[in-house]
Design a protein around this ligand. Structure first.
Ligand code: NAP
Length: 312
């Protein structure tokens, strides 16, 4: 029996790294578009995307890919989204939907919205799905399965366009939420940006220690350190841009984090075992709630292997 009709005639994927190539794979697998146009900055990444057979047409010219597209998805580091918007703006067809996947929203809106022509539906988005890997080889069609995709629509957004884009993401496997951009940036600062910054920091500290050798850090890493190194292996360009483009919310959360860390430090110094036990009991419950919400599975190694490579 034939599956459902494609949702779009032509989808343009601008940026074909982890997120863009995962979209290409799910769009192809589930027949969500008749034509997938791929654009990326470098010839090298473009050649790899072509080898992997991720699309129907390939170019290093974002405007060429965006021309005649019904849906344009910009999946580049957030600091580059303004340049891409400027490049594609002159060719966008009236009625087209333009969205992005950037990890920060206020800054992306400030960069992209001014370039968007009248009659084009610009709907900022952010799929809360990823890994520490990057590039076109890193993507997989199941990446968005049972993950949230948050839209931060601008005032006056056409409800029909929003529904069409929501349906696209639902067909990619995601659950949909909408949020005010500033609120999105605060929420993401605590659930994503701070954990990555803490991971970068702790791995950096361990690397700089003189009392413990680097080979000991590696050898005994399974005691906890290893779990931080996964986050700290994330793409440097992407995370540099996240830090620069969600500065206010990240600094606010870091201030709160430092206060709480000082309080924990005091409890350890004064041997306040009750305080430590209470905190560690509460935090254990948080992990249980995440498992119950289906956002993690309760197997060793934090379940990454099982999540990223589900057994068929
Ligand atoms: P990625 O794997 O590193 O791929 C980045 C893509 O953007 C590549 O096609 C790259 O092109 C292109 N690019 C890099 N710099 C560019 C520039 N200055 N101008 C134009 N294109 C440029 O990155 P990703 O993980 O897919 O992330 C893409 C976006 O998704 C980011 O905004 C990130 O915040 C967001 N996001 C990421 C995750 C995650 O876990 N990784 C999760 C949710 C959202 P070349 O290779 O040809 O240079």
């Amino acid at each position: 029996m034939a599956g459902p009709e494609p949702l779009f005639d032509k989808i343009a994927l601008i940026g074909i790294g982890l997120i863009g190539s995962s979209l290409a794979r799910v769009v192809r697998r589930d027949n969500l578009a008749r034509h997938i146009a791929i654009a990326t900055r470098s010839e090298k990444t473009l050649a790899r995307a072509r080898e992997l057979g991720l699309g129907d047409s390939y170019t290093t010219d974002a405007a060429q890919a965006a021309k005649d597209a019904d849906l344009v998805i910009v999946s580049v580091p957030v600091g580059s989204s303004g340049d891409v918007a400027k490049e594609i703006a002159p060719v966008l067809k009236p009625g087209a939907i333009v969205t992005d996947v950037g990890s920060t929203k206020r800054s992306v809106i400030a960069q992209m919205a001014p370039h968007m022509p009248a009659g084009v539906h610009f709907i900022p988005g952010h799929p809360l799905a990823g890994t520490e890997k990057s590039g076109p080889d890193a993507g997989f069609a199941d990446l968005f399965e049972n993950r949230w995709c948050i839209f931060t629509p601008l005032p006056g957004t056409d409800p029909a366009a929003l529904e069409r884009l929501s349906e696209f993401w639902r067909r990619c496997g995601s659950n949909i939420d909408t949020m005010d951009p500033d609120h999105h940036d605060k929420v993401l600062a605590i659930v994503s940006h701070l954990p990555h910054i803490i991971a970068y920091n702790i791995v950096g500290t361990a690397n700089d220690l003189e009392a413990v050798t680097q080979s000991e850090v590696i050898k005994y890493s399974a005691s906890g350190f290893r779990d931080f190194t996964r986050l700290a292996a994330s793409d440097p360009t992407m995370w540099r841009d996240v830090c620069l483009h969600n500065k206010d919310a990240i600094l606010e959360m870091l201030a709160r984090f430092s206060e709480d860390l000082a309080s924990l430090q005091r409890a350890i110094r004064w041997g306040d075992g009750d305080k430590l036990f209470d905190l560690f009991t509460h935090t254990r419950a948080v992990r249980r709630s995440i498992i119950e919400a289906g956002q993690e599975i309760d197997v060793p190694d934090f379940g990454r292997q099982a999540i990223e490579h589900p057994r068929k």
